[in-house]
Structure formats: C-alpha cells, structure tokens
Design a protein around this ligand. Structure first.
Ligand SMILES: [Zn+2]
Length: 602
C-alpha cells in the first residue's frame, strides 16, 4: 500500500451544520467525503433508521429534503436506492464528493431534532448521514448557531484549529458512532458547572422551568460519585453534559457516552410532590448508562446496524439493572432514605401486578420484542407485553437479594456489574449475552438455573416475599380496601364521553364483551360520564349484575355485566417483626443503613 493511499484513507469525512432560519425548522447539512481510492465508482450515503438506546424504527429519512451531491462543482446524478440510502456516482479523477441536504427538525423529543426561534437541539442519528463501509473513518464537524448570542453545548472535542467561539465550533470525532453519540444544544442559555471526582460536569437548561439548580449542583456530584465507586472510583469520561429540555409536558431521557438529553415538564419540580426526585432519578438513570450500555453492552448493541434492528435478550441488564441502580445510587449517596428506597420498589412491584401481560410475556422475549412491542403500544399491550424496564428492575432487585442471601452479604449484583466492567476494560468489546447466567452464578457461588428460568425466561409471578424474607422484610398490599366493585378496563375521556382504551384479560369487562373503542353510555340505566363512573361503581358491590350500554361503531348495544372485586393496586415493603441478627445485617448491607435512621446516620 502506497503512502499516498494511506493518507487518503485516514482523511476525515467532514460535516457542516447551519441553521439559516430557525423559524422554518430546517437544518442544512453539508458532507465532504474524500474519495478513498481510484476506481471507486460510487458511494452509498445513509441516514440511520433508529437511535442507539431507543429500539424503534423511526425512519429519520422521512424528514430529509433536497438531497444533492456535487464533485468539482458539477452536480452528480444521485439516486435513492432504499428509504434511507442514496447512491452517489463517482467519475474517474474525482478526489472528493460534496453531499448536501436539509432536515426538517421540529419534533420535541430526545430522539429527534428540535429547532425553533428559542433553541436548536440536534440529535446525531436523526441528522447526520454516514457513508456505507466508512463508519470507522474519523469525522470533523463545523457547527454554527444562527445567532451570535447563542451558545453551543456538546461534548464533541474541539479540534486544534477551533477558534474557541461560544456560538460556533470546529469539532472532531473518532468515528461516526462517536459523532452521533454527542448531541448538540444551542441557544441563549445559562449553564451550570460542577465537579465530581475532579471531572467537570455541565447542566444546560432549555425552556421555562422551576429546576432547583442549587440543589442539583449540590446533589448531582453525590450520586455520580456513588455510581463511580461501584466501578473502581473513576469516571470513564473527561467531561459530562446534562441537556435538560423543558416543556409543559413530556418525559424521557436518552443516554450518550459522555452526555444525556432529558425531557422534563418545567413546572413539575414544584407542582409534583416527587417532581425533583423524579428528575434526580431520571438523571442518575441516564448517567449510570455511561457504564451500563455505553461501555458494558451486549455484543448486538455496538457497533450498530443503523438501518436494521439490533436484537438482544439482555435489555433486562441494560435497562432493568439501570432502573434498579438509579435508586440504589441515590440511596447510597444518602439523597433518599432507606424507607423511600423501599417505597419506590414497592410501587414498582404494584405497577407490575396491574399488568396482565406479565403472565404471558417472558422478560428476555420482551427485550427481543422491543422493536415491535414496548415502543409500539396499542390496545392489547397491557395484556400481551411486559416492560423490560419494569420487570427488569424487579428482576435486578431479586437477583441482588438472591446473591446477597446466598453469600451472607459478601457479594451482590454490584459484583456482576464489576465483572462485566472488568471484561469490557480488557478489549472494549460487547459481551456474549449467553454467558450472563454463568457469570451471575460465578458471583453467587452456585446454580441460578431455576432463578433465570423463572425470572428471565418464564412468566411465573415474581416471589418478592421469598426474596425479602432473609432481609427481615415483606411486601404487602398498601392502602387497599377490600370489597370494591371493579370493571377491569382502562378508559379515557373525550369531552364528557367515556371511551374504553384497554380491556384487561380475564376481567368483568372482558367477560361482558366490552371492546376497546367502545363508548360507555350507561351502567344500570344510569348515564356514564367522565365524572360519574367512579361513583356508579362506589354504590355497587362485587357480584352485582347490571346492564351496561355502550356505543360500538355507532350502534347502541346492551351488555350483561357482573362486577368483580378491585384487585390490590398498591404494595408496600415493610419490616417483619423480631428480625434476627442475620436479617438485620443483610438488610443494613442492602439498604446502606437501616430503617428508622435519619438521613446522614448511615
Ligand atoms: Zn435507560
């Protein structure tokens, strides 16, 4: 291979992002692609269909317009060959090709781009194309805000040639994965910086909000340090960015290698009792992903096939363990009490118990099916699907409790995470997910065959009580009044009309023949309206039979309904009486302190 060929192979693909008029929500992208070698006859240029961390085909190419390519100033006869891929011919003697296109960016989500007169949030996979076969090539990016008084935030490193301007920058990325794993936020924003373990962290907020910044600056370093302690006490990045997008509604987060994008209701910090705590644990969740998924990951999840589904059965580790640890680390940082930690876990158990889908959909299958089930809910989802977040969190808790009990508190789920981290540090590769059980057994010091068969691969009820008993704890119904009449459906109001959204499996509504989409009209010849349904049920008892009138496809139908009894809605984890010394010791180890201690005692 000649020296000249080596030089061109390492030449970066360069991108320029401009937003001439944020009011029209169009982002202009220019890509300059060096031609690798003489004789290369065409390039294939693609935009991803999905984003790492969010397992749904979002078909980002639907927002692309005015795609064109030029070489030496002359237009090329490009052709679209799939929904998200363009074919670009290369003539002999051409050394580089320039590709231009525009992306319409006005979807407020952490998985899309959102540009308006107030800011620009740019999400790489929705915006930046790659050249087939060249995803490993280094990239450079020039990005400029539409106004000089805006500041640009990203964790992409600035290149040596960068001029240090706040509103524009010249950045470099190791490869395409790196490039699109660093979202960019720009606007007339104030940012807040703190240090954790000597590493700078920045919080930047967009949108009207009541975020308690002082409290965040005090508490965020604590959960970050608690997480890092699990993985050897160091942070695996040189800076970190929290991009907090606020609106009147919306909730979500997406993890990146050294940043996260969060969407949160701007008033919820004040209007919701647990508004700040929810934001805190959303943040600790996304941050925990810097280890668990951005580095420790199943082999299927990185490098990514950006235009095809990536299948894994291990999302119970990726999202379940992360959902569990989001609360564990805020507990270890003493930002919530042991009681609150148990309360949150009890609520999650109660939520799982409301979902008939838990009895038909195994956890590993839920992971594999993410593309068609969790991210694409419909009227049957509650009956057919279990979430790998929800059941995964409880499975992680059960696995933690099981390991602690088996090893007399000497080991825990932490040790499994540490084993995965040590393996990652050897070569940076994704793990073989078929080995997860064997690795967990290595930590637990014995077979977990039955545990994995029941919890990960089966649909048996989770036996939380059996797992809690060695810790002197139990799970029991909370705030439950027996003998309340129950329909077994979920409904929503359309004006004053009550529409059926979901009919639960094996419920009174299902037995009566109620369908999703029915409008409830009358129960026992009394009118059903949005404010009256709960009262109509209150004056009835389980076993009562009444005619139920519904409109279905415009026809009035009379159904014969026999009411059932309202199942337990909420659960709480409470201490057993007279705990043994072993139970107390295990409990203190798990909760990082014991019940009844004031914050700070542990
Ligand atoms: Zn997550």
């Amino acid at each position: 291979m000649s020296h000249e060929v080596l030089l061109t192979m390492s030449a970066p693909i360069s991108y320029t992002i401009q937003i001439p008029n944020p009011k029209n929500h169009l982002v202009e992208v220019t890509m300059t692609v060096p031609v690798e070698a003489q004789g290369e006859s065409a390039l294939e240029v693609s935009l991803p269909s999905w984003s790492p961390g969010s397992y749904l085909m979002r078909e980002y190419a639907k927002r692309v317009q005015q795609f064109e390519a030029r070489a030496q100033g002359a237009p090329l006869a490009t052709r679209k060959i799939t929904k998200g891929t363009w074919w670009v011919p290369i003539a002999d003697g051409v050394s580089e090709v320039e590709v231009r296109y525009r992306v319409y960016a006005h979807e407020l989500s952490v998985r899309h781009c959102h540009v308006d007169a107030s800011h620009a949030f740019l999400h790489g996979p929705a915006l930046l194309m790659y050249v087939e076969g060249r995803k490993e090539a280094p990239c450079v990016l020039t990005a400029e805000a539409p106004r000089d008084d805006w500041t640009l935030f990203t964790t992409l490193p600035r290149a040596p040639e960068d001029e240090g301007q706040p509103h524009r920058g010249f950045f470099r990325a190791d490869d395409y994965d790196h490039l699109v794993d660093c979202p960019i936020e720009m606007g007339p924003h104030t940012s807040y910086t703190f240090e954790a373990l000597g590493v700078p962290h920045t919080i930047v907020c967009w949108g009207a909000n009541r975020a308690p910044i002082e409290r965040m600056l005090e508490e965020f370093p604590k959960f970050i340090e608690a997480s890092a302690e699990m993985f050897g006490g160091a942070l695996p990045y040189s800076e970190y960015l929290f991009i907090a997008l606020h609106a009147d509604k919306g909730y979500g987060g997406l993890e990146h290698r050294d940043s996260t994008a969060l969407l949160y209701p701007g008033d919820a910090y004040i209007t919701e009792d647990d508004g700040y705590e929810n934001f805190l644990t959303l943040s600790s969740h996304e941050h925990f992903h810097v280890w668990n998924i951005k580095r420790i990951r199943p082999a299927a999840l990185g490098p990514f096939p950006y235009t095809q589904e990536a299948y894994t059965r291990a999302l119970w580790v990726v999202e379940g363990c992360t959902s569990y640890y989001q609360n564990v680390v805020v507990r270890r940082a003493d930002l919530i009490t042991p009681e609150r930690f148990l309360e949150l876990l009890g609520k999650r158990y109660g939520k799982l118990m409301q979902i008939p889908g838990r009895l038909v959909h195994p956890l590993e299958e839920s992971s594999f099916d993410a593309w068609i089930k969790l991210y694409r809910p419909d009227e049957s989802t509650v009956n057919t699907t279990v979430s790998y977040y929800l059941k995964g969190e409880l499975a992680a808790a059960l696995l933690d409790l099981t390991i602690r009990d088996r090893t007399d508190g000497a080991r825990s789920l932490d040790h499994l995470m540490q084993l995965l981290w040590a393996r990652y540090r050897e070569d940076g590769a994704g793990y073989d997910e078929s080995q997860l059980q064997a690795w967990a057994e290595q930590i637990a010091g014995g077979s977990l065959q039955e545990f994995f068969d029941r919890t990960m691969r089966g649909t048996d009820e989770l036996d939380l009580n059996a797992a809690l008993q060695p810790f002197g704890l139990q799970v029991e119904p909370h705030d439950h009044t027996p003998g309340q009449a129950w329909l077994g459906l979920k409904h929503s109001a359309s004006g004053d009309r009550v529409m059926v959204d979901h009919v639960l499996t094996d419920s009174p509504a299902e037995r009566a023949g109620v369908n999703p989409g029915d409008e409830l009209v009358a129960l026992g010849h009394q009118r059903v309206a949005r404010d009256t349904l709960s009262n109509l049920l209150k004056v009835r008892a389980p076993g009562d039979s009444d005619p139920l009138h519904v409109f279905r496809r415009g026809q009035l139908l009379e159904l014969e309904l026999t009411l059932g009894e309202q199942p337990v809605q909420e659960y709480a984890i409470t201490p057993l009486d007279n705990p043994t010394e072993r139970q107390l010791t295990l409990r203190r180890g798990w909760l990082n302190g014991d019940l009844g201690e004031a914050p700070g005692d542990s």
